[in-house]
Ligand binder design. Structure first.
Ligand code: COA
Length: 177
């Protein structure tokens, strides 16, 4: 069961396909390199480990994995893909990455809302994730709480976070703010 694709302002939510993989690859790597400086601190070894599997080939294959729910936000006026989000099995949010050119325009919040709705539709009563330092305040602002000490991922600290979801709770699938 999937949620209905939707529009929000100039952004349309899509399920990315193989032809989108090169653009998603570029935006994901740009988001890591330019927005997550607090996490990678410019270290080439960390950047390499973090970005090396974000190739068009890998993404193109991953987009067809039936256990994964991929969503992307397309900016209508320009046609550019502004952000990408990924919900894995077990209600784990695996990614929310926005292109640096579109930060602060509601794309991250929109993708998070869509992934939470997909998790509810899949029968989950909570979502979990491991947050970058960069993303921590964003997730807190959307009702996520840290559940333990940071663990390592690609050489950067990743904070475990959780948010309870309820189909009858007006806050579920919506921003906390
Ligand atoms: C974190 C990220 C996804 C936020 O995306 P965005 O499109 O800029 O966020 P939005 O514009 O949707 O912001 C939504 C809300 O979260 C808040 N917010 C965003 N980033 C925040 C931060 N770092 N700290 C606190 N609040 C934040 C905004 O103020 C906004 O609140 P408002 O609706 O009351 O104005 C984006 O900066 C990004 O891609 N960062 C790099 C990748 C990353 O670290 N992703 C998390 C991986 S675990």
């Amino acid at each position: 069961m999937t949620e209905t694709p939707r529009h929000d302002g100039p952004f349309e939510i899509i399920a990315p396909c193989a032809t989108d993989a090169p653009e998603v690859s570029v935006l994901w790597c740009a988001s890591i390199e330019r927005l997550c400086v607090r996490d990678h601190q410019g270290r080439p070894d960390i950047l390499r480990a973090w970005t090396e599997n974000k190739t068009p080939e890998h993404l193109s294959a991953a987009f067809t994995d039936p256990t994964l729910t991929w969503r992307a936000a397309r900016h209508g006026p320009s046609g550019a893909i502004a952000g990408v989000g990924l919900l894995g099995p077990e209600g784990i949010i695996r990614a929310v990455y926005v292109h640096p050119a579109f930060v602060g325009q509601g794309v991250g919040g929109l993708l998070l809302q869509i992934l939470e709705r997909a998790a509810i539709a899949a029968g989950h009563d909570a979502v979990t994730l491991e947050s970058t330092e960069t993303g921590h305040g964003f997730y807190q602002a959307h009702g996520y709480v840290q559940t333990g000490p940071a663990v390592g991922c690609f050489g950067v600290p990743a904070r475990p976070m959780r948010k309870a979801l309820s189909p009858t709770d007006p806050q579920s699938g919506r921003s906390a703010s």
